[in-house]
Design a protein around this ligand. Structure first.
Ligand SMILES: C[S@@+](CC[C@H](N)C(=O)[O-])C[C@H]1O[C@@H](n2cnc3c(N)ncnc32)[C@H](O)[C@@H]1O
Length: 188
């Protein structure tokens, strides 16, 4: 299959900075090519386009209509087919499972933390599928919205094995808030 752009060209074209940790693991995340990847929320699609460029089908969800319109117009501009990048407006706070269980080969959840989504995402993953998750970075007082140390590990390790699990303290140590980056594989 001919890729419209190589990774560096696509990054340049989109003028977007992709998560470096995501880039380090993108070969694993994109390895389940028979099922689509869910990017939730996708924002302007900086990770979705890289995955599509690697031959994956990506379902992009976000609440922001403008962001989804931008994904759609970039899809056309960069020559991806309609079924390679599918956009869907969804409010993740009101989200009840609108996708069938086991329907995604991987799920990417970057810079948007809503704890109850993690278990839902694992339900949506096919066995042996991958969950890649990053909390927002530690900025200003946002540590109050970050998870408490260990809480995410406990949630994910019930059903998945970690390939990456990194926790960093954010804010005053007595509050035990952390930023988290993880890549996990759903058990069979
Ligand atoms: C910081 S951006 C991260 C986007 C993308 N994951 C990335 O790394 O570029 C957060 C995104 O969450 C979306 N968002 C905020 N609240 C949401 C909600 N309730 N449901 C779905 N998307 C939401 C915003 O529209 C925004 O695109």
């Amino acid at each position: 299959m001919i890729m419209p752009y190589n990774t560096a060209q696509l990054k340049h074209k989109l003028s977007l900075e992709v998560s470096r940790t995501f880039l380090r693991y993108v070969d694993i995340i994109s390895s389940q090519k028979d099922l689509p990847i869910l990017d939730a929320p996708c924002g302007y699609g900086r990770h979705a386009f890289l995955l599509a460029n690697m031959g994956c089908k990506v379902t992009c969800v976000d609440i922001d209509e403008k962001a989804l319109d931008c994904v759609e117009s970039n899809r056309k501009e960069y020559g991806f087919r309609k079924n390679q990048i599918v956009t869907k407006r969804l409010d993740l706070q009101k989200y009840t499972l609108t996708f069938p269980e086991n329907s995604f080969g991987a799920i990417v959840n970057i810079h948007y933390y809503q704890h109850n989504l993690l278990a839902k995402f694992i339900e949506l993953l096919t066995p042996n599928g991958y969950l890649y998750f990053e909390t927002p970075d530690n900025r200003g007082k946002n540590y109050l919205d970050l998870p408490i140390k260990g809480i995410i590990r406990n949630e994910i390790e019930k059903l998945c094995d970690f390939i990456l699990y990194s926790e960093k303290l954010a804010g005053p140590s007595n509050l035990s808030r952390v930023t988290v980056k993880l890549l996990a594989k759903k058990r069979n």
